[in-house]
Design a binder for this molecule. Structure first.
Ligand SMILES: Nc1ncnc2c1ncn2[C@@H]1O[C@H](COP(=O)(O)OP(=O)(O)O)[C@@H](O)[C@H]1O
Ligand SMILES: [Mg+2]
Length: 383
């Protein structure tokens, strides 16, 4: 049984529902997530009109109980940012769509309440909670992270991702002051890398593993991989920068036939939206599918992206496909290390408590995915 203090004060119920009590249940398996605690609750309510008892389901997200994990995941910043996304940013973007006579996006999860602590100040503590609808009850599923999405699912996700990015970018272009004051301050959700010591350990581990896998037989390839990892990134340009989710991978996306829902807005950054597209394709799509359809999925993203910008009456002349491809090439530098580092989370079955110093023994699946990424980079001329 998971306990939530003062649940009735935080959970949004309908006006005619009176809180009676709740029970809790597990919804994740070890390895599904690291940065927070997630569980389901079934809330018993009395319907004041019918006088009957009813049940309302919700998913509860709280910062991890483990202090090291909270530190690594920068929870005092990232948990606040996610709450802010659900509480204010998501409704703002939805209103923007409505004002422009567009349908509200279906890829958001319904928000059911949140708090940072029990003290009514701005600190995030272990009483912080975020409540959402339970997607599993609506038929949404999480795919096996070691396999990823099939072509049909990848298309649905790419289209919705393009819609999300184009909407937020249009918002930035049409309402720059609001974007800067109400959205941008919550796009600083760095994890790992804001903690120098930890960043150093993980960087060395991932770099050494990558170079070990590439091996010394092909000296040119070895040097190219070393270079792309060691190269300093230049800051992303303004043109494509908006809300970059920065964690669009299998476990943060649930699918149901031709629909998908995006989860986990903790580490959003003000970065080029292209980072999300590359990271998703490299880490979260079945190997054969991504190798064969990489360019088509990018084209699909681009077409939807431009179409949505047009619907918001934004000037699309600056977003030619040529400029878009240059941006892909630019962002591919950052996303190489980002994606190969993610393979450690996807394939290594990280257990808590996390041992950052344990050597990484890449599994067959891990090696295969690494080679998929390498193949794509070579084909695209990004190395
Ligand atoms: N609203 C939801 N409905 C159903 N399952 C969910 C929901 N939110 C999260 N989950 C499950 O919990 C996992 C972890 O949630 P997430 O928000 O990604 O936390 P973390 O920040 O720890 O990764 C997800 O991968 C998904 O399986
Ligand atoms: Mg997650």
């Amino acid at each position: 049984m998971y306990a939530i203090k003062n649940l009735p004060q935080v959970m949004r119920l309908e006006k005619n529902q009176e809180f009676l009590g709740y029970t809790s249940y597990s919804i994740t398996k070890p390895g599904d997530n690291l940065g927070s605690s997630i569980f389901g609750i079934k809330v018993r309510v009395k319907n004041l009109e019918t006088k009957k008892e009813e049940f309302v389901d919700a998913v509860v997200k709280t910062p991890a109980q483990d202090e090291l994990i909270r530190y690594i995941f920068n929870s005092e910043v990232t948990f606040r940012n996610e709450i802010e996304f659900y509480r204010n940013i998501m409704p703002m973007l939805t209103r923007f769509q409505q004002e422009n006579n567009m349908d509200s996006s279906e890829y958001y999860v319904k928000y059911l309440g949140a708090r940072l602590n029990l003290k009514n100040n701005e600190d995030v503590d272990t009483n912080a909670v975020l409540l959402m609808e339970n997607l599993a009850l609506g038929g949404y599923k999480m795919k096996n992270r070691k396999v990823g999405f099939n072509l049909g699912e990848a298309k649905v996700i790419v289209k919705n991702m393009a819609d999300f990015h184009a909407t937020t970018l249009s918002y930035k272009m049409k309402n720059p002051e609001n974007f800067n004051s109400k959205i941008k301050p919550f796009l600083d959700g760095t994890i790992f890398e804001c903690r120098d010591g930890i960043k150093g350990i993980l960087y060395e581990k991932n770099k050494n593993l990558a170079l070990e896998i590439v091996g010394n037989n092909d000296k040119d390839l070895f040097e190219r991989v070393k270079h792309i990892i060691e190269e300093d990134f230049l800051p992303d340009g303004e043109l494509f920068s908006t809300i970059c989710h920065y964690d669009f991978w299998v476990n943060n996306i649930m699918v149901n036939k031709s629909e998908c829902k995006f989860l986990d807005f903790q580490i959003c950054r003000y970065l080029s939206l292209i980072n999300d597209l590359i990271f998703f394709l490299l880490t979260s799509v079945e190997n054969d599918v991504v190798v064969e359809n990489f360019d088509d999925l990018i084209q699909l993203y681009y077409d939807v992206f431009i179409n949505i910008l047009k619907k918001f009456q934004c000037d699309t002349s600056q977003f030619s496909f040529e400029v878009f491809e240059q941006e892909l090439s630019f962002c591919s530098k950052r996303e190489f290390l980002h994606s190969i580092s993610m393979l450690f989370i996807i394939f290594a079955d990280v257990k808590l408590p996390m041992d950052l110093n344990a050597p990484i023994e890449p599994s067959k699946n891990h090696l295969e995915k690494f080679h998929v990424i390498l193949t794509i980079y070579q084909k695209k001329g990004w190395l």
